[in-house]
Design a protein around this ligand. Structure first.
Ligand SMILES: [Zn+2]
Length: 251
């Protein structure tokens, strides 16, 4: 299968098609070049809609986005649920569904995008796990919302996408202490020896705490700050957002 330029990283999750977009393959001008998928960052709205249409064509289904606010709230889109619920913008930081007619999208630029699939139950999820969301339990809440649709965390597979790494994400010492009190795995140190947080490691630990098996977690994605194939808010405050997107497979 040839990989479209829209898909910069395509983790294998059984029961789903999952992808992370990068900067390449879209129509936006600098500094949103070129595949910015966020409406709220100051990009030309027509360019954003064109980029979203490219992504929808790539994944083959209409995409559902949410208004992300660093919460632990999950939007649940249940089959047989109210029609049109996916078109009204919800405030949430994760989405889960058992539906076959929509794809889920989470926007990021340094925060951790996490995609999940239980191939037996046919339930998928997507979560935005920044520092605040992780500490607020967004990944545990996502796993619980999937379980309410019949998923079993023990057989759920997850992919942790590109995010700022533990060697790059410098934070004040007090912030580090507060974070590691709740999530010890997030403790890190920058290359220059200052306090840091490793959000991808924290996300993996939170997924294990939610009942996922470590061997079912795809980690090791590139660092957004170091790898210019992805948007990074820490590299440039005026920039675009890429997405983690997921749909059920074989439907
Ligand atoms: Zn890094």
């Amino acid at each position: 299968m040839t990989q479209s330029p829209i898909s910069a990283r395509a983790p294998r999750l059984r029961g789903a098609r999952a992808l992370f977009t990068g900067r390449a393959g879209g129509v936006s001008a600098a500094p949103f070049d070129s595949l910015n998928l966020a409406r709220h960052v100051g990009d030309d709205p027509e360019a954003v809609e064109a980029n979203r249409a490219l992504l929808a064509r790539e994944i083959g289904l209409p995409l559902v986005f949410v208004e992300q606010v660093h919460s632990a709230d999950v939007l649940v889109l249940r089959s047989g649920g109210a029609r049109g619920e996916e078109s009204s913008i919800a405030t949430a930081d994760a989405l889960v569904t058992d539906r076959t007619d929509i794809a889920l999208a989470i926007m990021v630029a340094d925060c951790v995008p996490v995609l999940l699939s239980d191939p037996v139950a046919g339930v998928i999820g997507a979560a935005h796990a920044g520092r605040r969301g992780l500490l607020g339990g967004v990944l545990e809440a996502t796993a619980a919302a999937m379980a309410a649709l019949g998923a079993d965390p023990a057989r759920t597979e997850a992919a942790i996408g590109p995010a700022v790494c533990g060697r790059c994400y410098e934070v004040p010492e007090a912030m580090q202490e507060e974070a590691v009190a709740a999530l010890p795995a997030a403790r890190s140190t920058t290359r220059s020896g200052t306090p840091a947080l490793d959000l991808p490691a924290g996300a993996a630990a939170a997924l294990v705490r939610a009942g996922l098996a470590p061997e079912r977690i795809d980690a090791g994605a590139p660092c957004t700050l170091e790898d210019e194939r992805w948007f990074s808010y820490r590299r440039s405050a005026r920039t675009g957002r890429f997405v983690g997107a997921i749909r059920r497979a074989g439907t």
